[in-house]
Write a protein that binds this ligand. Structure first.
Ligand code: GUN
Length: 291
């Protein structure tokens, strides 16, 4: 069994990105520039955004952090996005989700210029991904693909079973795994809450991608010998053993499943660290796309 070390790969990619940025700047170009809009004061969202801003600095990107009050109107937020869409000094633009109830999230996502949508949430990017066109892929599926690539895990013709059909993980990773090329060319099955005989299906899988948000859902008897397991779960479980008062729990019963696997991602330290890397890679790509 080999552990897929997302933390290590994420550090490697950060170094690669930083080197490319240094080269851009040495060639007289400005560094990539990401703007992050946050609305309100949700503690979790503020921490995520702070981490994104910090990661930008680590690789030499410029970042602009725009904090709007909880009571900002949808119209005001749309105006701010329009201003940033038109700013030629800006490559990437993200609006941290969730948004307060009085703002229509989908309307906000669709108001971002898809060429700056480094979150990959705009329907233009989702549609372009589906037909294999250049686009921005959202953070988690893109991170999973990069892990498969870096560990040179074979995917062609493999049975890939995805547990979960969310718009942000299940559906896009299903699309990516069946696209032509590597990593891809897999035979994909998507399971969800209405799937019958789920264990029978997962036992056929060469690759299982668990993204249901149900702690330790995937048990030993659901996995065939030698399978590759990608665990996307990050449920917070109260714990007296950590400073934060909680620990992260994956969708896979790691202790009992890991001995059967050829490769497995741990939680934490597997897919998680790769998500911020995807945002950085997309922002770098947006900067490369500049005219
Ligand atoms: N909230 C949780 N994850 C994300 C993400 O990847 N992007 C944005 N914009 N908001 C989020």
């Amino acid at each position: 069994m080999q552990l897929i070390d997302g933390k290590k790969i994420a550090e490697q990619i950060k170094t690669e990105i930083a080197e490319e940025v240094q080269q851009m700047v040495a060639n007289g170009q400005r560094p990539p520039h990401l703007a992050v809009i946050i609305v309100g004061h949700d503690g979790g969202s503020e921490a995520y955004v702070a981490n994104k801003v910090k990661s930008c600095a680590q690789v030499g990107f410029k970042s602009t952090h725009i904090a709007l009050e909880e009571d900002v109107t949808e119209e005001e937020l749309l105006q701010e996005i329009a201003r940033l869409n038109a700013d030629p000094e800006l490559d990437g633009l993200i609006v941290q989700l969730p948004l307060p109830k009085h703002i229509d999230e989908q309307k906000i996502i669709e108001s971002i210029d898809y060429r700056k949508d480094v979150d990959g949430f705009h329907p233009s990017n989702v549609g372009r991904m589906t037909i294999g066109l250049p686009c921005f892929v959202s953070a988690t599926p893109s991170g999973i693909i990069e892990l498969l690539r870096r560990y040179e895990i074979p995917t062609k013709g493999k049975n890939c079973v995805i547990i979960g059909r969310s718009n942000i993980v299940g559906k896009p990773i299903a699309t990516l795994m069946m696209l032509k090329g590597y990593p891809g060319d897999a035979t994909v099955t998507v399971c969800h809450s209405h799937t019958q005989n789920l264990a029978e299906i997962t036992r056929q899988a060469d690759i299982i991608i668990a993204a249901i948000g149900s702690p330790e859902f995937v048990k030993e008897d659901m996995v065939k010998e030698g399978a590759v397991i990608i665990d996307v779960g990050t449920t917070r479980i109260p714990s007296t053993e950590t400073k934060s008062g909680y620990r992260l729990c994956g969708d896979v019963d790691f202790k009992n499943v890991a001995p059967k696997c050829s490769y497995i991602t741990p939680v934490p330290g597997g897919v998680g660290p790769m998500t911020i890397i995807s945002l950085l890679r997309n922002t770098l790509q947006a900067a490369r796309n500049r005219k």
